[in-house]
Design a protein around this ligand. Structure first.
Ligand SMILES: Nc1nc2c(ncn2[C@@H]2O[C@H](COP(=O)(O)OP(=O)(O)OP(=O)(O)O)[C@@H](O)[C@H]2O)c(=O)[nH]1
Ligand SMILES: [Mg+2]
Length: 259
């Protein structure tokens, strides 16, 4: 019997959410990978349903990391700035294609003096969300450094990257168009998926986190399928090699015995 309450109705994902901009997307597929859909239908997702995937949120101070997480997790917005000291985290439970899936969202401090505490929590992330302020070009430029720091603690080949511009409500259409061009170029170089949103209005916030949850889930199921596939091959090899060893050992013993 599960001790956890059922997943909230507004955290159920049945379709792969669309990317924000096809020019800077981790994938442009319309649906979940066929292998993933089949595995979910056949309940062959291994440990994915019991796992908690770590997501870290990094970026300059006051770009809106905490507000973004709070808008999604608690549906609140605070216009007063309260710096995050070190780190904070929120848990979010989803159900993706009928399989429970949890994200642990780590909200880190952007202030330089807390950076060394925050960076100790970077390790083991499955997704990294690098946040900048759409009204502050310098915060976009600094995302390279945030990426570099986050990647020192993680495996670049398996981490999903998102480059997220916040405070969309504050930027004029002209200003937005300009910074978006640079952000898309940078996202492309980083191999990150680009999003623009507003924690104040809530624009794109839910869509963005659904995308993070879905792509992280998909990567987890594919890794699990690969692991179970190789385990099967490995098992055969192991049985053969074990029996060979046994044979060799017993033969050797016999030889020794006869000497
Ligand atoms: N207009 C507007 N203001 C925002 C938005 N998101 C955040 N802010 C404001 O920006 C300020 C900083 O937001 P935080 O979320 O605390 O910033 P942070 O990135 O967590 O900052 P640190 O914890 O110091 O790293 C606050 O005053 C927020 O109200 C947004 O989407 N629109
Ligand atoms: Mg904060």
């Amino acid at each position: 019997m599960s001790v956890l309450p059922p997943v909230r109705k507004d955290r159920i994902i049945g379709q792969l959410p669309k990317c924000f901009n096809r020019g800077a997307a981790l994938n442009t597929d319309d649906e979940f990978h066929n292998k993933v859909k089949t595995a979910c239908q056949q309940q062959r997702t291994g440990t994915v349903g019991f796992k908690i995937s770590k997501v870290i949120v990094v970026g300059d101070l006051a770009v809106g990391k905490t507000c973004l997480i709070n808008r999604f997790c608690k549906d609140v917005f605070d216009k007063n700035y309260k710096a995050t000291i070190g780190v904070d985290f929120e848990m979010e439970r989803f159900e993706v294609l009928g399989v429970p899936f949890s994200l642990q969202l780590w909200d880190t401090a952007g202030q330089e003096r807390f950076k060394c505490i925050a960076s100790t929590y970077y390790r083991g992330a499955q997704a990294v969300i690098i946040v900048f302020d759409l009204t502050d070009v310098a915060s976009l430029e600094h995302t390279r450094q945030w990426l570099e720091d986050a990647m020192k603690e993680n495996d670049p080949t398996s981490v999903l990257l998102f480059l997220v511009g916040t405070k969309k409500d504050l930027s004029s259409p002209a200003q937005y168009t300009l910074i978006e061009q640079d952000a898309i170029k940078l996202a492309d170089q980083m191999k990150a998926e680009y999003w623009a949103l507003s924690a104040l209005s809530g624009e794109n916030v839910r869509e963005f986190f659904f995308r993070v949850a879905s792509l992280t889930f998909e990567a987890n199921v594919l890794a699990e399928l690969e692991k179970s596939g190789s385990r099967r091959i490995g098992e055969v090899v192991q049985i053969n090699s074990n029996s060979n060893n046994l044979y060799a050992t017993s033969k050797k013993k016999q030889t020794n015995c006869c000497q």
